[in-house]
Ligand binder design. Sequence first.
Ligand code: ADP
Length: 445
Amino acid sequence: MISKVLIANRGEIALRIIAACREAGLATVAVHSEADRNSLHVRLADEAVCIGPPYANASYLNITAVISAAEITGADAIHPGYGFLAENAHFAEVVGECGMTWIGPPPEAIRLMGDKATARRTVAARGVPVLPGSQEPLTSREEAVKLATEIGFPVILKASAGGGGKGMRVARDARELRHAFDTARHEAERAFGVADVYLEKYLTAPRHIEVQVIADTRGKVVALGERECSIQRRHQKLIEEAPSPVVDETLRTAMCEAATAAAAAVGYASAGTVEFLYEDGHFYFMEMNTRIQVEHPVTEAVTGVDLVLEQLRVAAGNPLSLRRRPRIQGHAIEFRVNAEDPESFAPSPGEITELALPGGPGVRVDTHIYRGYRVPPYYDSLLAKLIVHGRDRAEAITRGRRALSMFLVEGVKTSIPLHLRIVDDPDFQAGRLSTQFMERFLKPS
Ligand code: ADP
């Protein structure tokens, strides 16, 4: 049983978790840095504890401070949200050792999926398709060249411990690969403390399609269909939608079965996402994110399932509220509203001097901002998520355009003008998407 949940996060996701806890009748504890004193999650939680200075290393990533806050307030469970400590297996273990419930997957599942080379090997052994590539981290440049010649260029080097696009390098020939091998290892070492890299076939214009899963602690895993997240810039997702315009029921079933098998392979529980690359009718496992994701609301919109509420249920040892894959209803699109210049993408912190949020049929806004709120420069730039839902993709796009045009933020620059341009793009409207979409879109014509 759980009665009081500490939320080890900030911003919109902290509010999202407070909302689910309140519906479940659970008390909430917010933690915050000195820079977040005036944040909405601090005001709306039942209790709040300051855990340190602005920089995340000293506050939101400070395990001792977070655990102390839980002990002082008598919280019996911790929800990590996304980012920060969400995929830290050590933290998940410490929470358990302190006698509290971790609202997330077992630490061992986080660890197995956190090492990408291991994850690839583990799911491939269960019959989940992966791109041709190395089974183990590469030991030398010449081994890399030999393997790449066998599977054919281009190839991509990735850090085993990777994330956030760091340590990834594409190579088109042997010469590029020799050079990329050293830079990728160096970058991986610096970013993650582990130099290990592996290699796989590089697809030139794939789609990023991921499957949401939720599992209970009794071995039941349910897939909730896919999300297409091909619209990204520098591996950061900008727009996500469900369902994918290219996935039919046959492909959906195959992808959901692969995702379920990947989750089962590591004894998964809680919410998770299995990411695939898709090209020409085929899909390949990329990685599993062992947490709730930013884009989870599009799946909630088309399935009617509250994913955070399900996380709370299964963490308390209860079975899932659903037994099988829900039917997909209509189409949902999420636009990430970031505090950044829509042209240069430079961060734009500062005070929100005016704010009007869109509403009406099929519109959901997940946000922590309010008029007078100061966007601090220390954290990521996500201000709000606008999620629109329609009976079909065309209706969702129309609602998206309407809601974006009625979303007023003053004082900081936002990505809203960029989204308004994307919704009018003929390729976007036709669903002709790939991970190269933004590169083409931003190219001066
Ligand atoms: P990270 O965990 O660092 O975000 P991922 O493995 O999830 O790295 O890859 C991030 C993005 O990189 C993908 O969404 C895709 O755009 C691109 N990518 C990764 N692997 C490949 C590949 N084999 N071929 C083409 N693009 C790839």
